[in-house]
Design a protein around this ligand. Structure first.
Ligand code: SF4
Length: 441
């Protein structure tokens, strides 16, 4: 590509869903002949894909816009914070354009206005699998946009709208291309993976000559045909999650569930507008583990939700101890502009929130560490992410990229990123494992 082609700098903030949006925009930019450059100085304009989920993310996004304006001057803003254009305009009236999440068309129009393309996109061949910001051997597969729930602490539905699922054949074709292009692990993402297809009344489609409905379990059935690792994120605890267990037990789907519970007290869950029968949840977890003994459970929780009493917080800790989850993320409740939970009475004082978060994390750190310790001596299949002079860094079926731990293989310098290998675990701390190569023993 000639140096005269217009150059775009790209800043991608936020969650894996925002990353998928960034990949789509970058793919389109490349198709139209724009160069993507790694510094503000080389760029003719900069696109900032923002996040607006919690207040700290809003600040991070605003700071990123400010930095891009200062360093480059021509800035196009998109993503979740774009839904709150007035906030951006107030801070930075000079930004060239503002659009919301998944609004690829507006981003491209703004880019065209700032820097007309030099090539006719119709003359180019569209790259089969597009641009991926993740390493070549794993990829996020976005199956839907938006959400039909109205959790009181969340403004995602007002930013991204109600659930819109992608037809199952479209998702399976994309997954097939990704795997054909070298992807070894597919990470299924959405706002609510278990609701997949509800908006399409689970419409039936055909893929590889077989009928599939646009529904979570049938999607998984199709994905399992591809021979890659398939990992499910953001699985809302609906009853039909139970249907996944036989597929996990049969090795068709990774024995891993990222299932946000958020709390354990029935009253707080009600205030959060989330389902919650804790005894039932514990019973289900027990059943899942019976069916899939190697199951890894990851969840997220909010502590210090408005009105949370000492007793309700204790109930949450009791749940943690009983559920013995493998990986847990927790946040002290922080009001999000526009969320209904802000109107609830009895906010928990800041100091008490932090105190509870610390107690919560201490209890969970003990549980996570004990569960990892039990893996010492086990033989695991891992996927290598990265190799350097210190050895290889890999992940087992229990570790999602970015959010979970890793398996460090000290004698793995000879390995290649993107290969599967067998290791024997020889050490553990609260997050990660260490291991040695386990082949030919
Ligand atoms: S399930 Fe709740 S927390 Fe998740 S995106 Fe939907 S409304 Fe927000």
């Amino acid at each position: 590509m000639s140096r005269s082609e217009p150059a775009i700098g790209f800043v991608s903030l936020g969650c894996p869903k925002a990353l998928v949006d960034s990949e789509r925009i970058l793919t389109q930019l490349k198709v139209e002949g724009y160069r993507i450059v790694p510094s503000y100085a080389q760029a003719d304009a900069v696109v900032v894909n923002t996040c607006g989920f919690i207040d700290s993310a809003v600040q991070e996004s605003l700071d990123a816009i400010g930095e891009a304006l200062h360093e480059n001057g021509k800035v196009i803003v998109t993503g979740c914070l774009g839904k709150r254009g007035e906030l951006i305009r107030e801070a930075y009236p000079e930004v060239l354009a503002i659009s919301g999440p998944q609004d690829y068309v507006s981003v491209m129009q703004a880019v065209h206005r700032a820097l007309p393309p030099r090539r006719n996109p119709l003359l180019d061949i569209i790259p089969d699998t597009g641009v991926k910001l993740t390493p070549k051997h794993y990829a996020y597969l976005k199956i839907s946009e938006g959400c039909n729930h109205r959790c009181s602490f969340c403004i995602i539905p007002s930013m991204r709208g109600d659930l819109v699922s992608r037809p199952v054949d479209e998702v399976l074709i994309e997954a097939e291309k990704l795997v054909g292009g070298g992807v070894r692990e597919l990470l299924v993402i959405s706002q609510d993976t278990s609701a997949y297809g509800v908006d399409m009344k689970y419409a039936a489609r055909t893929w590889r000559g077989r009928g599939y409905r646009t529904r979570m379990t049938e999607l998984c059935d199709g994905l399992a045909e591809l021979g890659a690792w398939v990992r499910l994120h953001y699985v809302y605890p609906y009853p039909h999650v139970d249907e996944l267990m036989p597929m996990m037990a049969a090795g068709r789907l990774l024995p891993y569930l990222d299932i946000p519970f958020q709390h354990a007290s029935p009253r707080i869950l009600k205030l959060m507008k989330r389902p919650g029968n804790i005894d039932k949840t514990l019973e289900r977890i027990g059943n899942w583990r019976k069916l899939v003994p190697g199951l890894t459970l990851r969840s997220t929780f909010i502590v210090g939700f408005p009105g949370e009493t000492d007793a309700e917080f204790e109930a949450l800790l009791d749940f943690l101890r009983a559920a013995q989850l493998d990986r847990v993320g927790a946040f002290a409740y922080s009001p999000v502009d526009g969320a209904h939970a802000n109107d609830l009475p009895d906010p928990v004082p800041e100091e008490l929130k932090e105190d509870r978060l610390e107690q919560f994390m201490t209890v969970q750190a003990g549980i996570s560490a004990t569960r990892l310790q039990r893996k010492i001596g086990q033989r695991l299949r891992v996927l290598v992410d990265h190799v350097d002079a210190e050895g290889a860094v890999a992940r087992s079926t229990a570790d999602a990229p970015e959010i979970d731990g890793v398996v460090r293989i000290r004698d793995g310098v000879h390995l290649q990123p993107g290969v599967f290998t067998e290791v024997i675990v020889d050490g553990a701390d609260a997050h990660d494992l260490t291991a040695r190569c386990g082949a030919a023993s």
